[in-house]
Design a protein around this ligand. Sequence first.
Ligand SMILES: Nc1nc2c(ncn2[C@@H]2O[C@H](COP(=O)(O)OP(=O)(O)OP(=O)(O)O)[C@@H](O)[C@H]2O)c(=O)[nH]1
Ligand SMILES: [Mg+2]
Length: 171
Amino acid sequence: MPKIYTSKVCVVGDQGVGKTSLLLKYSKNTFFENYKPTLGADFIIKEEKIEGTDDFCHLYLWDLAGNKSFAILRNYYMHGANAAIVCFDLNNPESFKNVSSWLKDVNKIRANIPIILVGTKNDLNQEIHDENIEKYIKEKNLPFFKTSAKEGENVRDVFMKMIDMILSNVD
Ligand SMILES: Nc1nc2c(ncn2[C@@H]2O[C@H](COP(=O)(O)OP(=O)(O)OP(=O)(O)O)[C@@H](O)[C@H]2O)c(=O)[nH]1
Ligand SMILES: [Mg+2]
């Protein structure tokens, strides 16, 4: 009998960093230039066959609005998550500064929750120095990807890595 692993994954980060775009590129292979802020939360289910097995991983991907006014609602939606993706915009230093605060929020869900850090919009001119990012991910020991939802760069890789991390947390 094939096994089905289900996992709730929260996607967080500042307003406008590209969380919805990342999820839409991954799940529907679409990209929109116009910005439509997420109102509260959205969610997408994505089923992936686990390579080399008959098993599946069902990802329940919660796309949580970055706007401050949704903070209370966001905590509610993050409840019970098994993993998280924390996003910042490679062209927005403020969003990188705020990563620590997002990590704090996510670590409140449970200790040692698997987290992937994502630097978005890699098709634009990067404003944050790579050395600063490298120092940070070493310090926090986080897997990190630079993505472009516009061009598709590394988008699928983030979620494949997430599945690996989820499976290595299963007994
Ligand atoms: N050039 C470029 N633009 C991007 C990329 N990803 C997102 N954007 C643009 O950035 C804007 C915000 O993207 P969203 O995905 O809506 O951002 P969000 O993080 O979901 O924002 P909230 O829902 O408000 O928290 C949109 O205009 C997108 O088209 C990317 O990889 N490259
Ligand atoms: Mg959004």
